[in-house]
Design a protein around this ligand. Sequence first.
Ligand SMILES: *Cc1c(COP(=O)(O)O)cnc(C)c1O
Length: 491
Amino acid sequence: MNDSLDPSDWRALHEIGHEILDTVMEYIRTVESRPVWQDLPGYVQSALSESPPEAGMSVGEIWNSIKRILLPYSLGNLNPRFFGWVHGAGTPVGVLAEMIAAAVNANVGGREHAPIYFERQVLDWCRTIFGFPSSSGGILTSGTSMANVIGLALARGRGTDQRTREGGLYSSSRQRVYASTEAHVSIRKALELLGMGSQALVEIPTDETYRMRSDLLRERIAVDRESGFEPVCIVGSAGTVNTGAVDDLRRLGEICQEENLWFHVDGAFGAAVRLSEKYRNLVDGIEEADSLAFDFHKWFHVPYDVGCLMTRDMEELHKTFGTEATYLLRQERGAGSGIPWFADHGPELSRGFRALKVWFTWKAHGTRGFAEAIEANIRQAKRLARLVDADADLELMAPTTMNIVCFRYCPSEVARSEWDAFNTNLVVRVQESGHTVPSTAHVDGGVAVRAAIINHRTKESDVEILIDVIKSVGQTMIQERSTQHRSRSHE
Ligand SMILES: *Cc1c(COP(=O)(O)O)cnc(C)c1O
């Protein structure tokens, strides 16, 4: 019997540990040789429908089952031909960082230890890249969804003298938050979670480039004020998931100034273009945000999960999340010092060491490395858009601002009324082919095939393959239809 959970045979654990490390690195290196996605065989589900394990088993046996039920059946977002959704691709370096972070097993809620300074360092870098003032604060989160919750909590609480924190929702039920109809669903969720309810969300229509109509926004704010509502916040999207559109952040910032509203920006993936000298102007005005939510696990390729919330005034974080309990406990010196505590800047007390993987990945690749990968993806998106444009059977369905291309397959054999259903099926068939994974988006013209290009491994040839696969699967579907049609007419 062991007297702890540490191994009795450290040597054996070292050996299997090395084997695991070698295998996972090889797994990443050879990702392109495997199907992008494949259907899960029944044995995966059955292996994961067991009762809680009573007795422990060897790491070797566990590892064998991982190789069988996990490694081949991931979604495929490491693969350069995965374009399905806005998913990061991870890096081998990030794997090492995760391993070290797990070894240190830091609780980054507070107190005085090096991990705290890693997170502060990362936030300081964020301050620099986004041009936030030295008074600004921030916190790493599980993702942009949580960062949106925090940003909107700041918006809800601002200027209310702790009214909402103390009195709950009663006092805030007339508050209104404005976002475009293209804003991410996590905004609505955040408002529901914050008790403001989705009724607090006012969706403003977009123009033909899918950016919020600021004229309609102003009108609506005026009407709402007259009707006794309390506008508190405008949410700007810096990169929408449907089309990659960026709201006119400058303009929205000005309106917030004029109307005395909180300016929150959801820049989940799009904020990252700020790193690129070439494309940083796409998100001009982002530096004016009162709060900015973005992800490290998307276009920065840090392993899941890690997002970030930055706010212009660190005091706002304190006012919203600080608790007396931690103030009372604070020490000037010793292991219990380290003020301010992250636990006073967000909803969670215990917090993992997400900062290390960000720090490590950023150190390893540099801002320039991130920027080059981002620029390559934008170039590939433009190339894809040109290929679509040049093809008589394909049609672009939204402007390509950034890294998202929306188009459809609409050859003469398919009637206009069938385009939506046809493209919906087409995307599923392409995913099942294992060659590449796009997804669908609903845009003004109907159902689009959407390619979100957000992978540092993607090459121009991969977007060419996407077009080839779409066309060949599309052709197959047309042939199948005419065969079915013929056999039906023979009945
Ligand atoms: C991904 C995304 C989110 C949600 O972020 P998570 O990290 O998945 O929680 C919010 N907004 C936009 C625009 C996104 O792309």
